[in-house]
Design a binder for this molecule. Sequence first.
Ligand code: URA
Length: 241
Amino acid sequence: MRLDNLLAQEKVSRKAMKQALLKGEILVDGCPARSLAQNIDTGLQELLFQDRIIRCYEHTYLMLHKPAGVVTANKDKELQTVMDLLPKHLQSEQLYAIGRLDRDTTGLLLLTDNGPLGFQLLHPKYHVDKTYQVEVNGPLSSNHIQQFKDGIIFLDGTVCKPAQLEILSSSLGSSKATITISEGKFHQVKKMFLSVGVKVTSLKRTHFGPWGLDDNLQEGDFRPLNSQELANIREFLRKSG
Ligand code: URA
């Protein structure tokens, strides 16, 4: 939650916040806050306002193994959504998925009610890497590795940032690879492979930044982030301010 919203909940006036910020009287994990727009989770970080500990909101962070056939949305008139996979007590208007996966894509999806976090994690400024396991309907070669490294250009002229392609197996009719990208363009991975002449037949996200899909999570299952994964959120919040 934004620092100013947190303090407003504690009935601190806007003027008092601004003054305290300038005087360095707002400390986040011991460091002076940089801005009132700073994203803070008092469940993960210690917030001191004029020597008083503010502990008013703990956000929810979940890891979901998205199955195919489910849409990344909070509501849909016809289709099952990722929210429908959660028990009723966890479903809330505020909870949302960080980054969309296509209906037929499986794998790691993080869900949170920390509004600004998704925006920050998806912002190009932070270059959060996403890794996918991919199967395509044709051969892959070292030529492709170089093309992905140089930056794929879509058929419409859009230029992608360099991506890392690792070929796991290759044959005339089917190949397996992992691909790591730092952007989140619409249907990006599918379009990148189409641009080099092959079609994606299976796509699974295994990593999003420092968070990796838990091998023990079956498709459709979810769990709260563990302490190490929460520490990664805390670290990201610290760095991104
Ligand atoms: N790229 C795609 O093409 N689809 C996804 O679901 C995610 C990344």
